[in-house]
Design a protein around this ligand. Structure first.
Ligand SMILES: Cc1cc2nc3c(=O)[nH]c(=O)nc-3n(C[C@H](O)[C@H](O)[C@H](O)COP(=O)(O)OP(=O)(O)OC[C@H]3O[C@@H](n4cnc5c(N)ncnc54)[C@H](O)[C@@H]3O)c2cc1C
Length: 432
């Protein structure tokens, strides 16, 4: 019998999972509910987006969707590592073993969505935008949705056979897990908040040479850092990350104040920050990142959490979306193995994925130290691993940054290989 699936959230996770389920020989009929508006009809929102790095872990999932590789490559850039810019003008390179793809989060989501609606019609797939899931009745297998298309919101209830929580770090689906026994969840804000930055093509501005195909990073001792990546149209997008408590960014209310702040702290960046970009920056709200760690990703044979809803992480090592897309591929493999038996597949997904979810959170929280001396040690360890791993692969594991972008080593194994370092950073960060 065809199973009725309700997916909450049309982000990268929810849309990609819809692709994979619809390819499974007409076994699933899918409704997706997304509380934002249809991105095909409105200009892409610059407030809630940022460039993301996708490595093999995420790309391998996307490339299995017919046509998507070419569509994503047309709107993204290949990147081969990072350049850390120091205040004295010197640069430190962190090259990566493998090329990764840099793409804006909302552009990626739009590409996956367009490909999905091109392949499947309404007999198998319906996507409801401006529709927010309010709550879930686990016992009755129903969801309550509010549709915000007019000033007078309307409410309706739908039933499901399988409910997917792909609704991000503040998941309503995950909240419903508290109706079940022995569910534990821990949510924490990362100490850093962020604002997106949209800058013009630096090559059009005299005297600025920022090598294409790299993530450019500037970092102050106070913990404030700027990350910028070239975009396909040669502009540069990125984020400024800063401690949420006592942060100076909240005080920047005008374009002049923004420009002065960048001139004093990030002089190279200030050269490519025109008045218009500074004005928009001053207006943009500050965003925070919530992390999630829970002990189970399923309820019996009828509810499943994927992506940020299950294991949202700090963006420090660029693994949130990579791990989300990996979730989809692994769930698909489990369905293959169990011939779509959900009673077997959902618990199996939890038992395989929870350990990796915890590991990717620890790796994201503690790979990069905040302490200056430890940061220097991190750079040295990274270089040593790069040199020794290819010569003695059994004795010396790859660097954390290379390993996380590879798809043939699990997050749990990477954590195990680097437990001494992760514990050292954790202890130091907590003692500061
Ligand atoms: C600054 C920053 C930089 C990042 N950089 C990287 C990177 O370099 N590499 C990487 O791999 N990852 C990165 N990430 C993480 C990445 O963005 C997320 O891990 C990824 O978007 C998770 O996808 P998702 O589909 O699980 O959730 P989301 O992208 O959060 O999508 C969830 C969707 O659900 C919708 N929704 C929420 N609640 C409801 C509801 N009640 N009803 C209906 N719809 C709802 C939301 O509107 C949203 O569209 C970064 C994150 C940040 C903040």
């Amino acid at each position: 019998m065809v199973k009725k699936v309700a997916i909450i959230g049309a982000g990268p996770g929810g849309l990609t999972l819809a692709h994979y389920l619809l390819r499974r020989e007409h076994k699933y009929q899918i409704d997706i509910y997304e509380h934002r508006s249809d991105p095909r009809n409105i200009p892409l929102n610059q407030t809630r987006t940022f460039p993301m790095s996708l490595g093999d872990r995420g790309l391998k999932t996307l490339w299995q969707i017919p046509g998507l590789e070419a569509e994503v490559k047309a709107i993204s850039l290949e990147t081969t590592g990072s350049i850390l810019h120091q205040k004295n003008g010197k640069q430190r390179r962190l090259d990566r073993k493998k090329v990764f793809v840099s793409i804006d989060r909302n552009h990626l989501t739009l590409a996956i969505l367009k490909n999905l609606v091109k392949q499947y019609d309404q007999s198998r797939l319906n996507i409801y935008f401006d529709c927010q899931c309010q709550n879930i009745n686990i016992a009755n297998k129903t969801i309550k949705i509010t549709q915000n298309l007019s000033e007078q919101p309307t409410e309706f209830t739908r039933n499901y056979d399988l409910l997917i929580g792909a609704d991000g770090a503040r998941s309503v689906v995950r909240e419903a897990f508290s109706q079940t026994q022995d569910f534990q969840v821990q949510t924490n804000y990362v100490p850093s908040a962020y604002k997106s930055l949209y800058l013009p093509n630096p090559a059009e501005i005299l005297d600025i040479k920022l090598e294409p195909g790299k993530v450019h990073a500037w970092r102050l001792n106070s913990g404030i850092s700027v990350l910028l990546v070239h975009q396909i149209d040669k502009t540069m997008n990125g984020v400024i990350l800063f401690p949420y408590q006592n942060n100076p960014i909240a005080e920047l209310k005008t374009a002049a104040q923004v420009q002065q702040f960048f001139q004093e702290n990030f002089p190279e960046v200030s050269k490519i920050l025109p008045q218009s970009a500074a004005e928009e920056f001053a207006q943009r709200p500050i965003s925070r990142v919530l992390t999630v760690r829970c002990n189970r990703y399923h309820i019996e044979d009828s509810v499943l959490l994927i992506g940020d809803a299950a294991h949202a992480v700090s963006p420090s090592i660029g693994q949130g979306c990579n791990s989300t897309l990996e979730d989809v591929r692994i769930f698909n493999e489990i369905l293959d193995k169990n011939a779509d038996d959900l009673k077997k597949s959902l618990p199996e997904y939890s038992s395989l994925r929870v350990a990796d979810g915890h590991a990717v959170k620890d790796l994201s929280d503690y790979s990069f130290p905040t302490d200056k001396k430890l940061f220097a040690e991190f750079i040295i360890r990274n270089s040593v691993a790069k040199f020794l791993h290819p010569l003695f692969p059994k004795k010396f594991p790859p660097s954390i940054l290379d390993a996380v972008f590879d798809d043939d080593i699990s997050y749990s194994k990477i954590l195990l290989q680097n437990q001494d370092w992760i514990s050292k950073v954790k202890n130091k960060n907590h003692s500061l």
